[in-house]
Design a protein around this ligand. Structure first.
Ligand code: ZN
Length: 82
């Protein structure tokens, strides 16, 4: 089984929370090694989580998920147009 980018994105918060099961974790890490888009998204998502973790423990800002998905769409469009 091979993960697509959207599968990685669907599990990114679990990945950051370390709540993924080992098999899925291994597949996501394999994907991240080969996919610059997902690596970049992971980095920026991690930064957002670190910032928000200062005074509210992993509570995401309202609309975060919506903005993240919009961003992901843009990244994907940029990636596929070369
Ligand atoms: Zn990817």
């Amino acid at each position: 089984m091979r993960l697509e980018c959207k599968h990685v994105w669907a599990h990114i918060s679990e990945y950051l929370d370390h709540t993924l099961d080992a098999e899925l974790l291994a597949q996501i890490e394999l994907h991240l090694e080969h996919c610059e888009v997902c690596s970049a998204i992971l980095d920026s998502t991690r930064n957002i989580l670190l910032l928000t973790a200062d005074d509210r423990v992993f509570e995401l800002p309202v609309g975060f998920s919506e903005r993240l998905h919009k961003r992901l769409d843009e990244e994907l469009a940029a990636a596929s147009s070369g």
